[in-house]
Design a protein around this ligand. Structure first.
Ligand SMILES: [Cu+2]
Length: 136
């Protein structure tokens, strides 16, 4: 009977995947948040919520987010309408405080399907976290 040993780099990679999955699922909703949604990536998981909620067409809103994962150097936040292939007419300003942050000055100018995109960068890498949403 042939026996294969799982060891070395393969085992390390498998363990890293399991640990990453465990970390992502362990990313709890931030304390004090009444609601919010999570986007799970490979390196980071983000909780986010709009303020005010729900998002209204043609009205400015902010997005609060909290990330679980390795240290973050920069987070870009933008909106994208995949069906129309265009973004917003506004560039939000992001304030980052450790793994938490706020993006201000977002506006979805059309009804329909929008994606909220968090472009997260840190020493560990870069990841695009995409949430599906729609203004009411
Ligand atoms: Cu559009």
């Amino acid at each position: 009977m042939a026996r294969r040993r799982l060891g070395g780099p393969a085992l390390a990679a498998a363990l890293a995947l399991v640990l990453a999955a465990g970390e992502a699922s362990a990313c709890a909703r931030p304390e004090g948040w009444p609601d919010g949604a999570a986007i799970a990536g490979k390196l980071w998981t983000a909780w986010w919520r709009p303020e005010p909620a729900p998002i209204a067409v043609g009205a400015h809103f902010s997005v609060r987010f909290h990330l679980c994962g390795p240290p973050v150097g920069r987070v870009g936040v933008r909106g994208w309408m995949p069906d129309h292939r265009h973004g917003m007419n506004y560039r939000p300003e992001v304030t980052l405080n450790g793994l938490s942050g706020t993006a201000e000055g977002l506006l979805f100018h059309m009804p329909g399907r929008w994606q909220l995109i968090l472009d997260v960068r840190g020493a560990a890498g870069r990841e695009k976290l995409v949430a599906e949403t729609a203004p009411e």
